[in-house]
Write a protein that binds this ligand. Structure first.
Ligand code: UDP
Length: 326
């Protein structure tokens, strides 16, 4: 298949592209390079473009004879989404609609969509299964949930088939050390902890130490980005084989607290990483742990890098060797 990967120059997208390069499929990355890095795209064709540009999208579908889409291009910062909702609804929904419309116009029926655990909001049932109520606490989460609902309507009306992957905490880096996480600003825990270890940050704050968890700090389900990437390939191939539209969680099923992440990172880097207790960050649920049983059962997904130490070690390899990112 000729597979269009939107957002293929981003952190997760570049790992999806790399995994696709080892398959029989052709990869065409479509990215506006606002947040992504051209150097992160390790092969295939590249189109620099925005989803707002319907004309360029249409040309790209025709030029490369696109058969299927993996759609990751989006804005993804929870805090920013609360301050700039228009940006999130425009980029994640309206521009995403352009993509779906161009798919329908070109008779392309299959899409794997990058969704998020933020679609659930605060849930008191752990582990989180796909059928639990969805009450996102952020505009970001809502923009992703609405897009899932739009795809459902396009399925009903135009027979467009989708697999939506609700990521938990994507982390780690490709084993080769060639690509990894490079956000500006960086807001995620593991890269921040490793930047602190490298002396690139003055302080590392733990956002809240009074949560109802085993050590008072938030518990998250960290999943290696290569395991995430593999799920996209399973998804797009399952759709090509006639699978019905489905939604899957993607996590390890294990939760680690912020303190445990910092301790494990200290072991990996071989020195203590100093952290101070800080205020809670608005909108953070205490515990988010996925049940990924559904994707394991239905698509045969098997995480290869489940262990937190391995995840952090791959991230460390990337950060240590690319202290300034790409
Ligand atoms: N966190 C923290 N200090 C930081 C960054 C993050 O204590 O400098 C915490 C954050 O409050 C959350 C966890 O680490 O409980 C994971 O945060 P991250 O932003 O990596 O992912 P999220 O769970 O928000 O998607």
């Amino acid at each position: 298949m000729n597979i269009l990967v939107t957002g293929g120059a981003g952190y997760i997208g570049s790992h999806v592209v790399k995994e696709l390069l080892d398959t029989k499929h052709q990869v065409i990355t479509y990215d506006n390079l606002q947040k992504g890095h051209k150097e992160a795209v390790l092969g295939g064709k590249f189109v620099e473009g925005d989803l707002a540009d319907k004309e360029l999208l249409t040309t790209t579908f025709k030029d490369y004879n696109i058969d299927a889409v993996i759609h990751l291009a989006a804005d993804s910062l929870v805090g920013e989404s609360m301050e700039e909702p228009a940006k999130y609804y425009q980029n994640n929904m309206v521009n995403g609609l352009n993509l779906l419309d161009v798919m329908v116009e070109n008779n392309v029926k299959n899409i794997v969509f990058s969704s998020t655990a933020a679609t659930y909001g605060d849930v008191d049932h752990i582990p989180i299964t796909e059928d639990l109520p969805k009450e996102p606490t952020s505009v970001y989460g809502r923009s992703k949930l609405f897009f899932e609902q739009i795809m459902q309507d396009y399925d009903q009306a135009y027979n467009l088939k989708y697999i939506s992957l609700r990521y938990f905490n994507a982390s780690g880096a490709d084993e080769s050390g060639q690509i990894g996480e490079d956000h500006n600003p960086e807001t995620h825990l593991i890269p921040i902890v490793l930047q602190k270890a490298l002396g690139q940050r003055d302080k590392l704050a733990i956002f809240g130490t009074d949560y109802p968890t085993r050590d008072g700090t938030c518990v998250r389900d960290y999943i290696h980005v290569t395991d995430l990437a593999q799920a996209h390939i399973l998804g797009i191939e399952a759709l090509a084989d006639g699978k019905e539209s489905s939604i899957y969680n993607l996590g390890n099923g294990d939760g680690y607290s912020v303190k445990e992440v910092i301790e494990t990172a200290s072991e990996v880097v071989g020195k203590e990483i100093e952290a101070i207790a800080g205020e809670r960050r608005a909108g953070d649920p205490a515990t988010l742990i996925a049940s990924s049983e559904k994707i394991k059962k239905e698509l045969g997904w098997k995480p290869q890098y489940g262990d937190l130490k391995t995840i952090i070690a791959t991230a460390w390899q990337w950060h240590k060797n690319h202290p300034q990112g790409f």
